[in-house]
Design a protein around this ligand. Structure first.
Ligand code: ADP
Length: 555
């Protein structure tokens, strides 16, 4: 009995000792919790209150977990939150102390429920990682990467969840996606544009091909030689006729250019006019001799080139032609020759006729019946007209042959003009001449030829002014020149007509105002004034009248 007591006492003692040790351990734990060395939590379960602590309550890991950018929580089997770092609490928009002890389900929205349950069920078996949407403050949805691992704790196995907030990532992804879509749209638009551009280029190419072939066909089918050149004058195309006529190859044509083909006598003027046209952009026109490559002979050609402008008005190409005018030139020469011979042949009988008429006119009144006297006067006036025509014809043929020669002398214009106007008053008694050429101007000239010019201008002024008979003759100093002008108030001339009236045999073809004449007067006048180093011109308004003038250098 005594021994039984002793054993019981010993058991009590050791039990006491064990309890004391447990108490001490519990005290240590409580102390550790109090001092923050371990995390612990008391949970009420079926078996009463239960205290949970982290098995490795190491300060370093605690701080590490606390400072992590990810949310970290620990769940027990019932899904209650045993531990949470403050990052998780802030992710969910709650104070940390309110998070602890909560069921994690609170953060699972309906749409994630199924996925979450499956994930958690799996997690107890093996580590899992999955994207999931959580629900934070004010029902905000937070995309997270959830990784689950089992965690061994004193109180049994818990589940640790590490949550990476993917909001920014998702937003960036969304933005990226949007940018990608925009990029794709832009790419599509570019592709469409590109396709369209390619279509246009293809279309243009074929248009260009057609137009190039069109041009080639045209160029090779006209009888003229044709060429094109760049704005600087370098030729870049010659048609077949060019090669056929010159017998030069492409290379020779380029190398020799015009020097070998144009007659040496015409080269200077050709180049001068070509350069002038390139510089001014005006039409190029010159007549010259081109060598026929077949037999080395030269033939007259009329060269013309016109500039082609782009939309901005810039010259991009010159298009030129060379037309064989050898036959026309020969025909013209024949005609000139004929005019020369005919006028010469006419002149001789005219002179003797005039002599006989003068003889008749010299008879006294009573020696002849008065009617005969009148006939003689009329015959004389016709004779003068005829003589003027024949003289003009002769002059034209002389000019053509380059033989219109005369001597120059010192002339006082005022004196001469006064005598010429007096003469005109005599010939045209129905016109009113206003001679305002009173200033003394001295020039070097041929009085007879200048009289011919002025009388021609006066003659025209009378002829082409059917209603107003006033004619003004003036002299006016123009720098180192003097201008002699004849103004009428007649039918006038258009700009187009003015351009051509100084040409040989040109007459305005207006039936209303056709007056007798062969279109030689102004041509001869211009030649005479040119030979005086002067210039002839006209200013005119149709229906109002004209002022013809010539400028001569003063001594
Ligand atoms: P024509 O002998 O035919 O008059 P011209 O050479 O003198 O030849 O003149 C050429 C053309 O110029 C004329 O046919 C005429 O149409 C025109 N013309 C000349 N002078 C005048 C003028 N004063 N007024 C209007 N037209 C004129």
């Amino acid at each position: 009995m005594e021994q039984e007591k002793d054993t019981y006492y010993k058991d009590l003692l050791s039990e006491n000792e064990e309890l004391r040790m447990q108490l001490e351990e519990a005290n240590d734990t409580i102390h550790a919790i109090r001092t923050g060395q371990v995390d612990a939590f008391v949970v009420e379960s079926d078996g009463g209150h239960q205290l949970y602590t982290l098995k490795t309550a190491d300060q370093t890991y605690r701080v590490f977990i606390e400072k992590m950018n990810e949310g970290a929580v620990t769940l027990n089997r019932d899904g209650l939150i045993l531990y949470s770092n403050s990052r998780f609490a802030s992710m969910m928009g709650m104070p940390l102390e309110k998070v602890l002890g909560l069921s994690f389900d609170k953060f699972i929205p309906k749409l994630s429920r199924k996925k979450f349950n499956k994930l958690i069920a799996n997690s107890w078996e093996e580590d899992c990682k999955e994207e999931i949407i959580l629900q934070g403050k004010n029902d905000s949805l937070i995309p997270c990467l959830l990784s689950c691992n089992t965690l061994e704790m004193d109180e049994g196995i818990a589940l640790s969840l590490i949550l990476t907030d993917l909001t920014i990532l998702k937003e960036a992804e969304q933005q990226l996606k949007q940018k990608n879509e925009e990029l794709q749209a832009a790419q599509n638009a570019t592709k469409k544009l590109n396709d369209k551009l390619e279509d246009t280029v293809r279309e243009r190419k074929s248009e260009l091909f057609i137009s190039r072939e069109h041009f080639r066909l045209l160029a090779n089918n006209i009888p003229q030689m044709t060429w094109t050149s760049l704005p600087d004058g370098e030729a870049n195309f010659y048609n077949q006729q060019w090669y056929d006529y010159t017998r030069l190859g492409n290379f020779q044509t380029k190398e020799l250019a015009l020097k070998e083909i144009v007659h040496p006598d015409d080269l200077a003027i050709t180049m001068e006019k070509y350069k002038a046209a390139l510089a001014s952009g005006n039409v190029f026109e010159v007549e010259n001799h081109y060598r026929n490559g077949a037999d080395g002979s030269y033939r007259w050609h009329l060269n013309r080139a016109i500039p082609l402008h782009n939309d901005d008005g810039k010259i991009i190409l010159w298009v030129g032609t060379a037309t064989d005018i050898e036959d026309q030139r020969k025909a013209m020469e024949k005609k000139d020759e004929f005019i020369g011979i005919a006028s010469h042949e006419l002149k001789t009988p005219l002179t003797s006729l005039k002599g006989y008429l003068q003889l008749l006119a010299s008879y006294k009144k009573d020696e002849l019946p008065p009617s005969i006297k009148t006939y003689v006067e009329k015959a004389n006036s016709s004779m003068n007209k005829l003589q003027r025509l024949v003289n003009d014809l002769l002059d034209v043929s002389k000019i053509q042959a380059g033989r219109l020669e005369y001597k120059l002398g010192k002339i006082n214009l005022a004196l001469l003009i006064a005598s010429w106007v007096e003469n005109a008053e005599h010939i045209y008694p129905n016109s009113n001449f206003h001679n305002q050429a009173n200033d003394d101007f001295w020039i070097d000239g041929n009085a007879e030829r200048l009289e011919q010019v002025l009388m021609n201008l006066i003659n025209n002024a009378v002829k082409y002014s059917p209603d107003n008979k006033n004619i003004i003759i003036k002299t006016l100093r123009q720098g180192d020149k003097v201008r002699v002008s004849v103004t009428d108030f007649g039918i006038g001339l258009s700009g187009e007509q003015i351009e051509r009236i100084f040409e040989r045999f040109y007459r305005v073809e207006d039936k209303k105002f056709m007056a007798g004449g062969l279109g030689m007067g102004l041509y001869i006048s211009a030649e005479i004034i040119n030979a005086h180093n002067g210039k002839i011109g006209v200013e005119s308004t149709p229906g109002k009248g004209s002022t013809f003038y010539f400028d001569l250098p003063l001594i």
